[in-house]
Design a protein around this ligand. Structure first.
Ligand code: XMP
Length: 510
């Protein structure tokens, strides 16, 4: 299989670059610039290299650099943004700061010529985001495109197969970005388009049928997309030798536990054990109000319950985890992406007593995992579900967690979801839920005064959950939801809508 190396210098779009390449059916791998040497690059046989963007200026002492020997490996390279400047710097060109003339956003590109611009019109829109620019191209290079303020928006050294672009071809705002990437991948690197997602499920099932034959495999199934797809994949490979443990901590959405059990047991006949540990969790959380403390208790209790279930099974050969590619990158193996401390990418402790870990989805992006899920017959409802935090409703209930507040969170969330789907708001919002605040306020119902909980609705629109804007839900939909919740959910007499973006707020309230 032909492979492209995405050498990561800390750019925000590095994952996107790899996904775009994969969407051309060529396998791309992201590796941090300080995690691979020139020799290793050569050994691994990449057909091409892409230098990502980065937040730095090449002349900053702290900025990421790489051995210029990489330019002489004979492997084609495309430098993007910082990667373009770095290529120029390595080859002894000059970079300057445009200080008061940064280019940001959609910009008109004027193409002169150039291999990666084959089939691209003379003028088109690209996405720019830079202050520094290449003011003098290195010897052997020519300028292949400009903008009104950038004298070197693209350059090439055709004989050495080195290409640089100041803009970001990987973002959709760059009209012909995919054409440029495809020119590089196919015309320059001569890659074969042989990374096919539809083969993945078939090949993996065959592979694990052989590798895991006769072994007992344990999997923690949460009902989220990754563990669900994994469960089904392994079930198809090894049948009843896969045991899925589903820990129900009682902080799931309304009827979620029953739904997950039904889908996997009844529809797919998966060997599933549901550990009903609601009371255990509630007891441990009694009196706890501090958010991080809640997370810690839930995390360690989860492991405890899982360990007890595992013990009952006797000898376990393999633990399987639904780690996916962004987890691998975010946990520091690859790149720059911000590490979210609350995401349990470390996995389950080794003392559960298994001999081996298997992570079949490790190389896949979320959309690829979803595609496999659909292919395996997982209901769309499960495949496209919004993210749900590990500690569940605990981070949506402010203050102490009580059975009453859990019920309010579950019932109100069910109404919100139902109305969002009914009015098509689920297409606008990437995550939406309700928050039980710890505030009471005075209300009136009939002739009586009430003193109930204030409930907040939260809906965000986002690409990556690192930043988010609050979703512009139409007032009439908000009104329906507010009125249904105050009428149907006991204990709530006031509903507010959270109109804060991230930053400064986070998506969750805790
Ligand atoms: P925040 O609140 O950090 O959320 O803006 C960003 C995304 O992460 C999810 N999230 C969590 N996921 N365990 C998880 O597995 C957690 O403790 C946790 N906290 C937040 C959140 O739902 C959103 O999708």
């Amino acid at each position: 299989m032909d492979k492209i190396l995405v050498l990561d210098f800390g750019g925000q779009y590095n994952q996107l670059i790899a996904r775009r390449v994969r969407s051309l059916n060529v396998y791309a791998e992201i590796i941090n610039f300080d995690k691979i040497t020139c020799e290793e690059i050569k050994e691994k046989g990449y057909k091409g290299i892409i230098f990502t963007g980065g937040p730095n200026s090449v002349y900053d002492e702290s900025s990421p650099h790489y051995s210029p020997d990489i330019l002489n490996l004979g492997i084609p390279i495309l430098g993007i943004c910082y990667g373009h400047q770095l290529m120029a710097y390595m080859a002894k060109g000059t970079i300057e700061s445009a200080k008061d003339q940064s280019e940001y956003g959609k910009t008109l590109l004027e193409v002169k010529n150039g291999t990666i611009f084959e089939g691209v019109p003379k003028e088109s829109i690209v996405w720019m985001s830079h202050t520094d620019y290449v003011s003098k191209v290195p010897d052997g290079f020519t300028v292949t495109a400009v903008t009104s303020v950038c004298p070197c928006a693209a350059m090439e050294n055709k004989s050495k197969n080195l290409y640089g672009v100041q803009f970001h071809p990987e973002v959709t705002h760059s009209e012909y970005g995919m054409k440029m990437l495809s020119n590089f991948i196919f015309n320059v690197c001569k890659c074969k388009a042989d990374w096919k997602m539809d083969d993945f499920a078939k090949t993996s099932i065959e592979k694990y049928k052989k590798e895991l034959a006769g072994k007992k495999v344990l999997l923690a199934l949460s009902g989220g997309v990754d563990s669900s797809v994994l469960a089904l994949l392994l079930h198809k490979a090894i049948g009843k030798n896969l045991v899925c443990v589903f820990v129900d901590h009682g902080l799931l959405r309304k009827n979620e536990g029953d739904y997950v059990e039904k889908v996997f047991k009844e529809k797919f006949d998966v060997n599933l054990i549901r550990a009903n540990a609601q009371d255990k969790f509630l007891t441990k959380l009694k009196g706890v109000t501090e958010p991080e403390q809640k997370r810690k208790i839930i995390g360690s209790e989860f492991i405890e319950v899982f360990r007890e279930e595992a013990k009952k099974m006797g000898e376990i050969d393999v633990l399987s985890q639904g780690t996916i590619y962004p987890d691998v990158i975010e946990s520091g193996k690859g790149s720059s992406a911000v590490i979210k401390s609350h995401h349990n990418v470390g996995g389950l402790p080794k003392d559960i007593g298994f001999k081996e870990i298997v992570e079949p989805l490790r190389d896949l992006f979320k959309d690829e995992v979803r595609a496999i899920g659909l292919e395996l017959g997982l209901p769309e409802e499960l495949v496209y579900r919004q993210p749900f935090p590990g500690p569940g409703l605990a981070v949506r209930i402010i203050g102490e967690i009580t059975a009453e507040k859990i019920k309010i969170a579950q019932d109100s969330d069910a109404i919100l979801r139902e109305e969002f789907i009914k009015h098509g708001i689920d297409k606008m919002a990437n995550q939406y839920f309700t928050v039980v605040t710890d505030t009471h306020s005075v209300g009136v119902m009939g002739d009586a005064r009430t003193y109930g909980y204030t409930l907040s609705l939260r809906a965000v629109t986002t690409d990556d959950f690192m930043t988010a804007t609050w979703t512009r839900v139409p007032f009439d939909v908000l009104e329906i939801i507010s009125s249904r919740i105050t009428n149907e959910v006991k204990g709530v007499n006031r509903v507010v809508y959270d109109i804060t973006s991230k930053p400064p707020a986070t998506v969750e309230w805790e």
